[in-house]
Design a protein around this ligand. Structure first.
Ligand SMILES: [Zn+2]
Ligand SMILES: [Zn+2]
Length: 218
């Protein structure tokens, strides 16, 4: 990945809701899937990986259904179903059966996460990145832990304290939302804390979660 591009992508992702690393992984993964469907349907290496895993995992199968053309999916899965048929044949004959590989797109996302976390661990030494980080929603729990384990003590302190501030503010919003759902305070208007439950899900689970217009109050 081009370092400059990654740097500016990261800065831009900090201006968007949710974890910036999740957002960038999601984007790269989508672009990669699009490349497979539009340019590399017959790539022997990718086809082998998909055969070995008997297709995409559930999450990537959903994305494939969204992005891929029916013809591209038909070509790929005619092959995968043939591999599955043969594997069942082996199981019937000798009882030996098993997956030979994992979803290649999960592995691709994993590698991308490592690269993005390393790039952020380096670029967050810079003031502009620190400013953007501070005003962002911060990272999800998983990516935060990864970043904290990859930075110098000074940066760990900066990232840790900044995230603690965000987490405490979010907890206060959750408490306020819980309080206003008590019948004694039910007449009070729900403010910005209305979607704090959604931001709490996003803060821990990562992977950009959005459900516009939905809150606990209705
Ligand atoms: Zn994340
Ligand atoms: Zn997958």
């Amino acid at each position: 990945m081009d370092k400059n591009l990654s740097y500016y992508d990261q800065l831009e992702a900090f201006r968007q809701p949710g974890c910036s690393i999740c957002r960038l992984v999601e984007r790269h993964s989508r672009e990669y899937l699009e490349t497979i469907f539009y340019e590399s349907v017959n790539d022997p290496e990718i086809r082998l990986q998909l055969r070995n895993a008997f297709g995409f995992c559930a999450a990537h199968a959903m994305k494939a259904a969204e992005i891929g053309s029916p013809l591209a999916i038909a070509l790929i899965y005619e092959d995968i179903l043939n591999a599955l048929d043969q594997e069942i044949g082996r199981a019937i004959r000798n009882g030996r059966v098993g997956m030979k590989g994992k979803c290649p797109f999960c592995e691709q996302e994993h590698q991308m996460e490592i690269r993005l976390t390393r790039a952020l661990a380096a670029s967050i030494e810079e003031e502009a990145m620190q400013t953007a980080f501070k005003s962002s929603e911060g990272l999800c729990a998983r990516h935060l832990i990864k970043l904290l384990s990859a930075t110098s003590p000074d940066i760990r302190q900066f990232v840790g304290e900044s995230e603690r501030g965000k987490i405490r503010a979010l907890r206060a919003e959750l408490k306020e939302l819980i309080r206003k759902n008590d019948y004694r305070f039910a007449k009070e208007t729900i403010g910005e804390e209305g979607d704090s439950w959604l931001r709490a899900l996003r803060k821990t689970a990562g992977h950009f979660i959005e459900r516009k217009g939905k809150s606990l109050t209705g």
